[in-house]
Ligand binder design. Structure first.
Ligand code: ADP
Ligand code: ASP
Ligand code: MG
Length: 444
């Protein structure tokens, strides 16, 4: 069985949903289809939630009216029969009834999670109604029945394995299953989610749970490009990546994949293919446990919102146990460290989650001097570098010789060279690396 995930733009217009229906019905193979919310919907729901949370029900209602109106127009283009349209009307009436009800009651985290889940609940119900209208034998499997996170917000894969396995086995006559990306339940049984862009993660998790033959991520671009196409001209798709290379790119900011979405697929060695809904015949990117590509440097990605913390031991030398004390502080606040460099008396490290920054600094100051820099970006050059091969570092640093670098990291993984720059210099860095590392002749 294959898993096919379609992102927001792939279901963003009635014609796009029609195209997805054609794509999933062109062969008889059994498949599990994961859908995101219609593009723009999650952002709108978050805005509506912010207005409700601020205690501005009038503005929230105006924003709800606008979104509701856009769905009225959407279903007008989606269905071709009065029966289909009536079903679409009923779906929208029910969900917007719920959304509106949130403006009149106490609003906290639980309600905000219920609100943002509406995007995927609506898109999947509208889509299955369209499939049924056109006579396709498909079934909706509610993700809230089998997607779960634990108290550390980690997905519980064996739960998904068991529950999704049962749900599929219960419908032997069905070849096309539809489910929601992004949404799940937390240990308290409340509705929760896998964070922005989480539908990719759902696809990989359900792929791992059912030991899928392949996970396909269908989006609006023809695969993973060698650089961020929103910032750099002349980027090109990469035909093949290893799981490790793709995981580094996703983690370090390539928006096409959720940061953790490669891990579950890698665990069970399930190939992941990135494909373009607008151009289904394009080759895209194939991610497997090995690649045949010769190129050493494959791609560049950037992650914003980075804070660097420089911690200097108050003793003259870096005594035994200093690093342990430093790491324990970050562990206590469940704050992951991304990049780290050390010298004899100091350590610099970066975090992308500053929620507990003040407490962390407070604790570090008890035994060290601390300096903090904000608004930084990690630029990550990804590929397969053998550590004894020379020249790679020189090529990277030659390309960015005019850019001030705050931190450098290489040697932790053979797949990653990271440099830290102020975010103002991010675009210049990405462009300089593109010119210096990839010959323009390769662009097509
Ligand atoms: P979806 O809604 O299908 O999940 P996303 O917007 O999350 O789509 O991801 C696709 C977008 O990722 C592309 O349109 C592109 O602008 C952006 N992107 C950023 N970096 C890369 C990259 N290295 N390769 C391809 N796309 C990238
Ligand atoms: N709809 C969610 C978001 O916009 C999840 C996703 O699209 O992957 O973040
Ligand atoms: Mg996405």
């Amino acid at each position: 069985m294959k898993v096919l995930k379609f992102g927001g733009t792939s279901v963003g217009k009635p014609e796009r949903m029609h195209a997805v229906a054609r794509l999933i019905t062109q062969d008889d193979a059994r498949k599990l289809v994961v859908l995101s919310a219609v593009s723009g919907t999650t952002n709108s729901l978050i805005e509506i939630g912010d207005l409700i949370g601020k205690g501005d029900p009038a503005a929230a209602t105006a924003a709800i009216d606008k979104l509701h109106g856009s769905y009225q127009a959407f279903i007008g283009g989606l269905y071709g029969t009065p029966g289909g349209l009536a079903k679409g009307q009923a779906v929208i009436a029910e969900h917007f009834g719920f959304i509106r009800s949130l403006t009149g009651k106490p609003y906290a985290v639980k309600e905000s999670k219920e609100l943002v889940a509406e995007g995927e609940l609506i898109s999947t119900q509208l889509f299955i109604a369209y499939l049924h209208e056109t006579g396709v034998n498909a079934a909706l499997l509610p993700a809230l029945d089998f997607m779960r996170i634990d108290a550390d917000e980690e997905p519980v894969l064996d739960f998904t394995e068991r529950e999704l396995g049962k749900a599929i086995a219960a419908q032997p006559g069905v070849d096309i299953f539809i489910t929601q990306g992004y949404i799940c339940r937390n240990p308290g049984g409340e509705i929760d989610n896998l964070k922005r862009g989480g539908s990719d993660y759902t696809a990989s998790l359900v792929g791992a749970a059912i030991r899928a033959e392949e996970v396909q991520i269908w989006t609006d671009i023809d695969g993973m490009h060698n650089n961020d196409p929103r910032i750099v001209k002349n980027t090109f798709p990469i035909a093949e990546l290893s799981f490790d290379e793709a995981a580094e790119l996703a983690y370090f900011g390539a928006k096409i994949l959720h940061p953790f979405s490669i891990r579950p697929a890698k665990l069970y060695n399930i190939p992941v293919r990135l494909l373009n809904t607008m151009q289904p015949e394009a080759r895209g990117t194939l991610i497997t446990n090995s690649t045949t590509e010769e190129r050493d440097i494959k791609a560049i990605a950037a992650k914003d919102g980075i804070t660097a913390i420089r911690i200097q031991s108050s003793r003259m030398l870096l005594a035994y146990g200093f690093l342990t004390k430093v790491f324990e502080v970050f562990q206590r606040y469940k704050t992951p460290i991304d990049v780290i460099t050390t010298s004899e008396v100091a350590v610099s490290l970066t975090i992308d989650n500053p929620v507990h920054l003040d407490e962390i600094i407070g604790e570090l100051k008890a035994f060290s001097r601390v300096e903090v820099d904000r608004d930084l970006s990690i630029i990550c050059v990804v590929g397969s570098f053998s550590l004894d091969r020379h020249g790679i570092i020189a090529r990277v640093f030659n390309a960015i010789k005019d850019i001030p670098v705050r931190m450098i990291s290489f040697g932790g993984s053979v797949h990653n060279i990271s440099v830290l720059v102020v975010t103002e210099k991010k675009n210049a860095t990405l462009n300089a690396l593109n010119e210096g590392l990839f010959q323009l002749a390769e662009a097509h």
